[in-house]
Structure formats: C-alpha cells, structure tokens
Design a protein around this ligand. Structure first.
Ligand SMILES: NC(=O)c1ccc[n+]([C@@H]2O[C@H](COP(=O)([O-])OP(=O)(O)OC[C@H]3O[C@@H](n4cnc5c(N)ncnc54)[C@H](O)[C@@H]3O)[C@@H](O)[C@H]2O)c1
Length: 321
C-alpha cells in the first residue's frame, strides 16, 4: 500500500484526535490541516508536522480528506471534496439535514467515490465484541445521556441519537419500518429548534424493536447498549468498553416470600479488539480507498440512520416567524 496523503478539515476537539490518528498511521501522511482559525489550525498542524491552510486547497495531490469541521459546515465542504473526485471521511452527521445528506451521498454514488461517515461507535471494541457474540437480537435498548455542552448547537437527535440508531439498525440488520419519537426542549441556552432530549422507538421487519434514548440534560455521561435475545442478554458499557452476557437460570422467593433470589450465569468475554475506535475507523477508510472494502455498500450503510433522524425531528415544533 502506498502512503496516502490526507487533508484534514477542522482542528477542534474531534479534528485534533483525527490529526493524531492520521499522523500516527504508517500508511498515511497528514499533508494539510484546514481551519479558518489560524492560531488553532497552525498549532495542531505544527504538532503533527502538517502545513496549515485557511480553506480547502486544490486536492490534486491529496488521496483522501477527513472532514471534522462543525456540522453546519459539512455540506459545502463535502460537495467541494467530492467534486474534486477525492475520497471522503466526514464526521457525523453527514449534514444537518436529510436533503443535504442525500445530495452528498448521491454525488459520491454518481462518481463511485470512497465515502465514510464517522459513526464511530461502530468501531467501539465493546460494540464489535457484542456484535460478534449476538445471534438473534429481538430487542435493543440504548441510552446516551450527557451533561449539557454549550458548544454543540444542533439538537441531540443529530448529535447523539444518530449513533445508537445506527447501532440498532446494524444489530437488527435492516432499516426500521416504523419510527415513534418524543422530543424535549428544556435548556434555556439551547436554540429554539434544538431538542435536549429525544426518546425514540423503532419497529423492524420481522417484529424486532428498539428503544433509543438521547439526552443532554443528564448529570453524568451514560453510554449503555443492551441486546436482548430469547435466551441471553448482552449488555455493553460503551464508555468503560466492557461487555457482560447474562443467562437466567432460575428464581425463587426467600424469607417467606418477602425476598427474591435469582440464579444467573454471568460471562465477561474477551474483547475482539483493543484498538482505539478512531484508528479502526481510519484504517477502514484506507481499506475503502484501496478497494479492500466494497465502497458502494459502505456508502449505502450511512443513509438509514440519517433517514430515521429526519423522521425523529419532524416532531420539532413549527417555529413562528
Ligand atoms: N464521531 C463522534 O463520536 C463525534 C464526537 C464529537 C463530535 N463529532 C463531530 O465532529 C464535528 C466537529 O465537532 P467538534 O466537537 O470537534 O467541534 P469543534 O467546535 O471543537 O471544532 C470544529 C472546528 O471546525 C472549524 N471549522 C468551522 N468551519 C470550518 C470550515 N468551513 N472549514 C474548516 N474548518 C471549519 C472550527 O474553526 C473548529 O476548529 C461535528 O460534525 C461533530 O458532530 C463527532
């Protein structure tokens, strides 16, 4: 594999992590870091031996672009990158609106370009382990609650819920046929059309269901995923990155019926990977660029979760002019 010259757009929280991962890769070279904020952009570029640019340069010499700019900037950046026939890994969500997401994906499809969206939890070692263990998932629940973060202006549906909707779709193995949701607007600093809580129920063909909950009015970070099968429960803590498998054996009452005793087999499996998710995702991006992963299937995998989020936010209140 030849060393890929990568341009990174965005030097904020996620951009700094991407810069480190790209710079550490033996198969890639962080050629340029783009960010309109010179002091921030230059500092990250210098740290990882890249040059800085205030806007996207000509991409003739670039093999792939990673976009980690603010979500509001994704659409024009993605269109510029794809128009120059350059492979793209863009942070999640692809865009802050379904129409723009579809437009970006349509351009990538029309040009048959390698394209990935940073739905990073796919590469969480605990999630990868649970997915290898599971056989017939019937019911999925996911909770993604966080304390308030002032810098995130989009609502929790595009920012948080999209991760777990994507996981639920991947676990059940098909796009949902039904989406039910309720949105909560609570924080005085949130924009009027940016929800703080999203509760969502998904129905899948064959009868499987998922309940996905996202909130930014929590007091602690919770990242929990449970996969229920008929004879087994697989619990994943995405933050601690661990997996616990439960199999119920028996139950009976104790203390003359006032107490309860249960016998359960608990299994703690070995994780299938110990690699940082961002690294696993970037390695996959290089694999898509080099044709080791089916680029068309990869592109198509990102749309279902974005379609669900579009349905979820259709419940937002209509704002008066
Ligand atoms: N995959 C994940 O788990 C995950 C986690 C957090 C954030 N994100 C996503 O990453 C993206 C960035 O989030 P963040 O938390 O790093 O934000 P941030 O505010 O820390 O950084 C955004 C950076 O983008 C830069 N920027 C803005 N417009 C730009 C443009 N037109 N061209 C180049 N740079 C531009 C800003 O100057 C800033 O440095 C968002 O899309 C967010 O949804 C993903």
């Amino acid at each position: 594999m030849t060393t890929k010259r990568i341009a990174l757009v965005g030097a904020g929280t996620m951009g700094s992590h991407h810069a480190r991962v790209i710079a550490q890769s033996a198969d890639a070279d962080l050629a340029v870091l783009v960010d309109p904020r010179e002091s921030v952009g230059r500092a990250v570029a210098d740290r990882f031996g890249a040059s800085w640019a205030p806007e996207l340069p000509d991409l003739a010499e670039i093999d792939g672009v990673v976009v980690a700019a603010a979500t509001e900037a994704h659409y024009p950046l993605a269109m510029q990158v794809l128009s120059q026939d350059t492979p793209l890994l863009i942070e999640k969500p692809v865009a802050d609106d379904l129409l723009r997401t579809e437009e970006i994906l349509a351009l990538a499809d029309a040009k048959d370009l390698p394209f990935m969206c940073g739905l990073l939890e796919r590469y969480n070692p605990a999630v990868m382990t649970a997915r290898e263990l599971m056989a017939e998932p019937l019911h999925v629940t996911a909770t993604r609650h966080s304390p308030y973060a002032q810098r995130i202006r989009t609502g929790v549906a595009w920012d948080l819920l999209v991760h777990d909707v994507d996981l639920a779709i991947g676990i059940i193995g098909s796009a949902p046929t039904g989406v039910e949701s309720r949105l909560g607007h609570f924080h005085p600093d949130s924009l009027a059309d940016a929800e703080d809580v999203a509760e969502t129920i998904l129905d899948f063909p064959g009868g499987a269901i998922a309940h996905v909950s996202a909130s930014r009015v929590g007091q602690r970070k919770i990242r929990q995923l449970s996969i229920y099968e008929r004879e087994r429960l697989i619990e994943v803590d995405l933050l601690r990155r661990d997996v616990t498998v439960y199999r119920h054996v028996s139950e009976n009452s104790v203390d003359e019926g006032r107490g309860y005793r249960q016998q359960t087999v608990i299994e703690i499996p070995e994780l299938v990977s110990s690699q940082e998710p961002l690294t696993t995702q970037f390695v996959r991006f290089l694999d898509v660029i080099d044709g080791r992963v089916d680029a068309a299937a990869e592109r198509a995998s990102f749309l279902p979760a974005h379609r669900v989020i579009d349905q979820v936010i259709a419940r937002r209140p209509v704002l008066q002019a």
